[in-house]
Ligand binder design. Structure first.
Ligand SMILES: Cc1cc2nc3c(=O)[nH]c(=O)nc-3n(C[C@H](O)[C@H](O)[C@H](O)COP(=O)(O)OP(=O)(O)OC[C@H]3O[C@@H](n4cnc5c(N)ncnc54)[C@H](O)[C@@H]3O)c2cc1C
Length: 446
């Protein structure tokens, strides 16, 4: 590691790797650091689905020749692993009634291997001359005259190391240490914390192959506050024709234990028979601190990309998109003195959670699970035999769900007026804290 570089990128996830690779390709002298020992190793939960719904974050992502193609930006990202085409997204009530979205032709989403993606990006970054330092934490970045000073600490070192550069990139994920040290962090409003635990499972007797499954409702776990998802996925070393394994994950609010909830769900939940012969072959976890997005992701010559600037996930695909756009902006700034504004505008216009009302919309879709099991079983019994066209999408799926459920409102008003009233109320709440708190209060029977 040298003491000066053109650019220092902190964090080698999809955003940082893409930024570093693009800057390296353009001939910049780049240092990329990550706290991990082995960058392609993934121990943080991630479903890693390619969200193929057109115009996701202002881009349309397609699989072309097995690679990830960004249609609008006109770039292709190398991917050498296996894909799964999921054709259904199924929300299951505790009693097993369904709300199903389907897309036979394009798929509702395509799970892939994050390990393989990171390996491909890392290989390309190294091939472009990027200097990579593993087991090295970014501690702080500060603007100084003529550039940025970055403080780093190697895992086993007691002291900091200072590196100077023209531009630093904070790509250290949703709980970004670098962003916390900047003024722009003060723009953010804290919402809540979630813990996630996930397993790769072999031997699951899954009655819904090629489907994304969301287990909606309190009754799936004893704790009653878990959000559980399941999907098929290939292991990093899978060959064409191999059977996918199952990736299952469980998220809980702070104060509840995600792993305990997941273990109990698998052992004696309503669908425990699916897992009676299942074997855990990999475990992962994540802590998610939910903050509102940073609307101005550039401070001086420090640029925040990917999850570091976001309210939850930009997704791997868009972390790469923003990494690419940030690298292009940095190259323009280094060549002409201008370029950050274009990146900031693109971020604000394309990342939906920067828009007013989008966080609330997502929370409303999520918040349905706070209704009682019996109420959910009734609501989903109305949609059980139906299929709605859609994708796995945080932005458009809540609306499809809302339309599907409200299309039965007249019947609900006749048969179960109290549920109809609750459902109508649910979709009129507009502030985030009430949506978050509403769930907790309703659960306590208030
Ligand atoms: C439960 C769950 C499900 C998800 N499902 C999907 C999905 O289906 N599809 C999808 O595309 N995305 C999904 N995501 C989101 C996806 O994981 C992220 O959006 C994506 O990884 C963001 O990339 P990033 O590079 O911005 O951050 P990250 O991938 O988080 O990378 C940050 C990197 O920075 C490193 N780092 C952290 N702190 C420091 C530090 N101080 N110094 C140095 N290095 C540091 C980390 O080790 C890591 O390598 C999911 C996430 C979760 C939690």
């Amino acid at each position: 590691m040298k003491s000066t570089y053109d650019c220092v990128v902190i964090g080698a996830g999809p955003a940082g790797l893409m930024t570093a690779k693009t800057l390296g390709e353009a001939g910049q002298d780049v240092l990329l650091v990550d706290i991990k020992k082995d960058i392609p190793e993934v121990n943080r939960c991630c479903c890693t689905m390619l969200i193929n719904e057109p115009n996701t974050h202002g881009e349309t992502f397609r699989i072309v020749d097995n690679n990830i193609h960004l249609e609008k930006t006109g770039i292709t990202i190398r991917y050498t692993g296996q894909w799964v085409k999921m054709v259904k997204s199924i929300r299951l009530s505790p009693g097993g009634n369904r709300l199903t979205m389907v897309n036979e032709k394009e798929g509702v989403a395509h799970p892939y291997s994050k390990n393989v993606l990171l390996r491909c990006l890392l290989e390309d970054a190294l091939a472009n001359g990027v200097d990579v330092a593993t087991e090295t934490a970014g501690i702080k970045a500060e603007n100084i005259n003529g550039g940025v000073r970055v403080f780093l600490r190697e895992t086993r070192a007691r002291s900091f190391r200072e590196v100077k550069c023209k531009v630093a990139v904070a790509a250290d994920g949703v709980n970004s240490q670098i962003v916390k040290g900047l003024e722009l962090f003060k723009q953010r409003k804290f919402l809540t914390t979630f813990h996630v635990a996930s397993y790769f499972l072999e031997g699951v007797e899954n009655p819904y192959p090629n489907s994304w499954i969301t287990f909606v409702g309190k009754g799936h776990t004893r704790q009653g506050r878990a959000q559980i998802y399941m999907l098929p996925k290939h292991l990093p070393n899978a060959k064409p024709g191999d059977e996918p394994i199952i990736d299952i994950m469980c998220g809980t609010p702070i104060g509840y234990t995600a792993k305990a909830a997941l273990d109990q769900f698998l052992r004696d939940g309503r669908f425990a028979q699916w897992f009676r012969h299942a074997k855990v072959i990999h475990t992962a976890s994540a802590v998610l601190n939910f903050y509102t997005c940073i609307l101005n992701p550039v401070e001086g010559n420090i640029v925040a990309v990917g999850d570091a600037a976001a309210f939850i996930e930009t997704y791997c695909q868009s972390a790469m998109l923003y990494g690419y756009r940030a690298a292009k902006a940095i190259l323009n700034v280094l060549a002409t003195g201008k370029g950050y504004e274009e990146y900031t505008n693109f971020w604000r216009e394309s990342f939906e959670y920067c828009w007013p009302g989008e966080i609330e919309k997502a929370l409303r879709g999520f918040g349905l699970h706070v209704m009682s099991d019996e109420e959910l079983d009734y609501i989903f019994s109305l949609t059980d035999s139906e299929e709605y066209q859609g994708y796995v999408s945080e932005n458009t799926a809540p609306d499809i769900m809302k339309k599907a459920i409200l299309s039965h409102l007249d019947q609900m008003k006749k048969e179960r007026p109290e549920i109809a009233k609750k459902i109508e109320q649910h979709w009129t709440i507009t502030d985030t804290q009430s949506l978050l708190k509403g769930g907790l209060d309703r659960e306590k029977g208030k």
